[in-house]
Design a protein around this ligand. Structure first.
Ligand code: ZN
Length: 211
């Protein structure tokens, strides 16, 4: 099945009125700190993309619904977060399809488009020669990133902020995490990043509204 979206590399870098766009993405949730991240995004009128894990959706369906309700876009980050490098095809299919099924069960009726998921991000960014083709067979486009401040490693709020600002560019895809541990630094960084970038003219779109 061909993905509905054009190649992720063709995402717009600017709005039709010329404002630069940044695409914030959050992996590994939904989780305990996701509501605080949702509040930070809402405070600055920012839309984002959440690459969710099926196991986390099963544990936190209401948080997933809050993400969708707020207009954020949901991508597939596998069920149990295995490396997709050298993974067996059957397990790849299970990881992707079980995540799709649990997302649909939790919030499918809230989905826009035709209820499908079109974007996936491989855990750790690990891929092999099969990954892209197998993902496309399921109708997914692979989404990597252009800015990675290593927020999962908790380097300090200031480090996260400075790395994202240093890498900021129109069309940037920023890799952050709402799951996988204490995300208070990520949340605090957003409260600095979003107003600072907005002052520079940036708007924040999810990877659906950007098309
Ligand atoms: Zn991940």
């Amino acid at each position: 099945m061909e993905p509905k979206f054009p190649n992720i590399d063709e995402r717009p870098a600017h709005t039709s009125s010329g404002q630069p766009i940044m695409y914030f993405t959050f992996d590994d949730g939904p989780a305990e700190d996701t509501p605080a991240i949702l509040a930070a995004l809402a405070a600055y009128n920012a839309s984002a993309t959440f690459f969710v894990m099926g196991a986390q959706v099963k544990a936190n369906p209401d948080i997933l619904r809050a993400e969708v309700e707020a207009g954020h876009y949901i991508g597939n980050h596998t069920y149990n977060h295995p490396s997709l490098r050298d993974i067996e095809h059957d397990l790849f299919l299970t990881e992707m399809n079980q995540t799709y099924d649990i997302v649909q069960a939790a919030a499918g009726e809230m989905f826009k488009l035709d209820g499908r998921m079109y974007l996936m991000r491989p855990p750790y960014g690990y891929t092999d020669d099969n990954t892209e083709g197998w993902a496309r067979d399921l109708g997914y486009d692979l989404v990597m990133w252009t800015i990675d401040p290593w927020d999962w490693d908790m380097p300090g709020t200031d480090v996260i902020v400075s790395k994202v600002l240093a890498g900021a560019h129109p069309g940037a895809i920023v890799l952050l995490h709402d799951g996988g541990g204490d995300r208070s630094q990520t949340t605090a960084a957003l409260h600095q990043l979003l107003p600072t970038l907005a002052e520079q003219g940036y708007v924040f779109h999810n990877l659906y509204l950007g098309w």
